[in-house]
Design a protein around this ligand. Structure first.
Ligand SMILES: C[S@@+](CC[C@H](N)C(=O)[O-])C[C@H]1O[C@@H](n2cnc3c(N)ncnc32)[C@H](O)[C@@H]1O
Length: 253
C-alpha cells in the first residue's frame, strides 16, 4: 500500500497506460449500462471511474481507495462522484447499494481478498454483478513480465508479484467462491501498448510506483543499470508493442 502513496500522474505514466485500455474492456465484461449505480473499488487515479461516469453519469458512480493522492486526484477529476478514502475489506456503504461493484487491478493488493470480495458482494443488490480483474503476473503475460524476468535473471531470489492473490489462472474464481459468490464466470482480457523508445518504457519504472517501482527504488545505481540493460536485451528494438493480459471474473449476486 505504501507503494501507491505516489503522485497520480506517476501512476498514470506507469500502469495507467495499460489500465486505461483495460478499463474499456472491463466495463464491457461487467455489462455496465445506463440507469445502473456502480462502485469502483480501489479506483486509483480514476481510469475505470472515468468510463463509469461516461456511461452512468457522475451521481450514479461511487469510488473508494486507501491512497490519499489517488482519492484527491479522482475527486478533483470527477466532482459529481462520491469518492471516499477506505479499503475494500470495510466498505462504508449500505447493503444492496450498487448494481455493479468493480475492482480493476486491486484484489492482489487487498490484505484480505476474500473479505474484500465479500464486502463487494454485500454492497451489491441481488441480481447485480461483482467483477474483478488482476494482471497475469503468475503466467508471465502481464505488463511487467519482461521487467520481472530481467530481475530474476540477475537476482533469482527476488520476490516478484507472481504469488499475489488472483494472479494465476482460476484463482479469482476460487476467491469469489470463498467469499460466498457461487455463480462465477472467468475470462482473460488483453491490451497492447506501443512504445516509441526504450526510454519511454523504462522511465516509469524509476518512479517508485507499485512493487516493481519499489524494487527499482531500493537498488543502488549499478544494480539499477544492470536491470535496465537486461530489460533492454530482452525487449525488441524500438518502436515495439507490449501485450498485457489480465485474469477476470464476474459473479452474479
Ligand atoms: C494497480 S492500482 C489500480 C488502480 C485502478 N483501479 C486502475 O485500474 O488504474 C491498485 C489500487 O488499489 C488500491 N488498494 C490497495 N489496497 C486496497 C484495498 N485493501 N482496498 C481497496 N483498494 C486498495 C491502491 O491504493 C491502488 O490505487
Amino acid at each position: 500500500m505504501v507503494s501507491f502513496n505516489v503522485p497520480a500522474d506517476a501512476y498514470a505514466r506507469f500502469m495507467g497506460q495499460y489500465a486505461e485500455p483495460l478499463a474499456g474492456l472491463f466495463v464491457e465484461l461487467a455489462d455496465v449500462r445506463p440507469g445502473q449505480h456502480a462502485l469502483d473499488v480501489g479506483c486509483g487515479p480514476g481510469a475505470l471511474t472515468g468510463l463509469l461516469v461516461d456511461r452512468l453519469s457522475g451521481p450514479a458512480v461511487a469510488a473508494i481507495d486507501p491512497s490519499a493522492p489517488f482519492v484527491a486526484a479522482t475527486a478533483a477529476r470527477f466532482p459529481d462522484v462520491d469518492v471516499r478514502s477506505g479499503v475494500a475489506e470495510h466498505l462504508p456503504f449500505q447493503d444492496d447499494s450498487f448494481d455493479r461493484t468493480l475492482a480493476q487491478l486491486v484484489v492482489h493488493f487487498m490484505s484480505d481478498p476474500v473479505a474484500g470480495l465479500r464486502e463487494m458482494a454485500r454492497v451489491t443488490s441481488p441480481g447485480g454483478l461483482v467483477a474483478a480483474c488482476v494482471w497475469d503476473h503468475a503466467g508471465d503475460t502481464g505488463p511487467l513480465a519482461t521487467f520481472w524476468q530481467a530481475v530474476r535473471d540477475i537476482d533469482p531470489g527476488a520476490s516478484d508479484e507472481s504469488d499475489l492473490a488472483g494472479t494465476r489462472e482460476g484463482h479469482l474464481a476460487e476467491l469469489c467462491e470463498a467469499a460466498g459468490l457461487a455463480s462465477t464466470e472467468s475470462s482473460k482480457l488483453t491490451v497492447r501498448v506501443r512504445f516509441a523508445t526504450f526510454a519511454d518504457w523504462w522511465e516509469p519504472y524509476t518512479m517508485g510506483v507499485g512493487p516493481a517501482g519499489a524494487y527499482v527504488a531500493q537498488l543502488d545505481e549499478p544494480g539499477r543499470d544492470a536491470v535496465r540493460s537486461r530489460c533492454a536485451q530482452r525487449l525488441p528494438a524500438a518502436p515495439f508493442e507490449v501485450s498485457a493480459s489480465a485474469w477476470c471474473v464476474r459473479a452474479r449476486v
